[in-house]
Write a protein that binds this ligand. Sequence first.
Ligand code: GUN
Length: 283
Amino acid sequence: MTAHIIDGKAIAQEVRAEWKVRADALKARGIMPGLAVIIVGEDAASKIYVGNKVKACAELGIHSEHIALSADTHEATLLAKIAELNADPAIHGILVQLPVPKHIDSNKVLEAISPGKDVDGFHPQNVGALVTGSTLFPPCTPYGAMKLLEKTGIEIEGKHAVVVGRSNIVGKPMALMLLHKNATVTICTSRTRDLARHTRDADILVVATGKPQMITGDMIKPGAAVIDVGINRLPSGKLVGDVDFDSAKEVAGWITPVPGGVGPMTITMLVANTVQAAERGAK
Ligand code: GUN
């Protein structure tokens, strides 16, 4: 069997078009949705992600501010910048790209963002609300992965979903979102004993470990839907996911490629959260 490929690029275009209609409706009422993206330091991957976020706003015709601070920026300076943006009526969404340099307390930074502008969904108030099913902002990467499942027509209710990875950005919120859709959810980590025993039982397998190609075809249930959140660069320069695509696609029923799977959806859902924040403010 060869899996159906879930085309994240095409689905992202479709979802962006839906949100463009909503952004245009706001603009017609004189409200321009605005996103502020803050990056601290010189992390090469972060710079690319932030550049792509700003570009996506431009493509959708919404306002964005790209604030680049040097790696030696004091925590107090960053907090003051966030306070300024919290009070700025032209800004509906604020995002601080992670990781921040070690001398800055990331929890303190995330807590400083107004929960109503927290388009990443990382403020403890929104994380708590995600647990109860009422967050203002679903975190963008798992939100994007859920959209891929929805748009592909993959049923979630009653299925066994296995999430490998327990990060705050992906694994934990992903597990909660699947649970809210009535999946039976198992959370594993890359250190789970006999990991394959769990992954082989997954109808829906979501992998976010940051370990290149660690999930191989023999660890996948025939016909399963495999969502690969990883993006890793091999020494050869090739970009690969946390799933070994070539062996996995022979077993899975559906699979996301890397690149071109979850990646384009993350940015799409960030734009969606920003437009939604502007809609809330506009009411
Ligand atoms: N670093 C890696 N992923 C993310 C994300 O989704 N949001 C932010 N702010 N930083 C990240």
